[in-house]
Design a protein around this ligand. Structure first.
Ligand code: K1U
Ligand code: ZN
Length: 167
């Protein structure tokens, strides 16, 4: 396995739209393993391939308390979203140190492939629902700060650029 480097906002590559995975093969299984290792090391509870500059529809998530329940979502689609919406505090490994409130569907049903290329469906609520919507946004080139006010976005961009120059 290998640790991958995570793109930092406002890197333009975070706005690329990911393409569907054509075949769930050893290359994709290695990507999933490397993304899992990178996510646990960060540490985070989710990671989209876009964030490691791979523009294919792959997500890893582990919202378990024991950090040993890695889930891979390959070519995920949201089949259903609840009308009920909820405001949650979000963070992002591509926007370190920034946390803010975002409103999303409270529950979603997702269909995806696992690492064995098997189709599965899962009903998500709580942190899993928040995380899967956040990660699917990444696959569409959207970063959570884009839900915030233009003023906040400008402040965050300035802060991130200063951080990048200090490193
Ligand atoms: O996409 C990402 O950058 C990962 C992100 C997922 C996420 C978390 C919370 C709400 C929405 C999306 C993170 O993992 S941020 C880090 C974080 O939340 C966390 C870190 C350590 C332990 C627990 C949570
Ligand atoms: Zn993120």
């Amino acid at each position: 396995m290998a640790l991958l480097s995570i793109l930092n906002y406002p890197d333009k590559r975070l706005h690329k739209i990911a393409k569907p995975v054509e075949a769930v093969d050893d290359r994709i299984r290695k990507l999933v393993a490397d993304m899992g290792e990178t996510m646990y090391a960060a540490p985070g509870v989710g990671l989209a391939a876009t964030q490691v500059d791979v523009h294919e529809r792959v997500i890893v998530i582990d919202v378990s308390e024991t950090h040993d329940q890695l889930m891979a979502f390959i070519n995920p689609v949201i089949l259903w979203s609840s009308d009920e919406r909820k405001i949650n505090e979000e963070g992002c490994l591509s926007v370190p140190g920034i946390y803010d409130s975002v409103e999303r569907a409270e529950r979603v049903r997702v269909r995806a492939l696992n690492e064995k290329a098997e189709t599965f469906e899962i009903d998500c609520d709580g942190l899993l629902a928040v995380c899967i919507q956040h990660e699917m946004d990444h696959l569409m080139g959207r970063v959570f700060v884009e839900y915030l006010s233009p003023l906040k976005q400008t402040r965050i961009k300035t802060k991130m650029k200063k951080l990048a120059h200090a490193m």
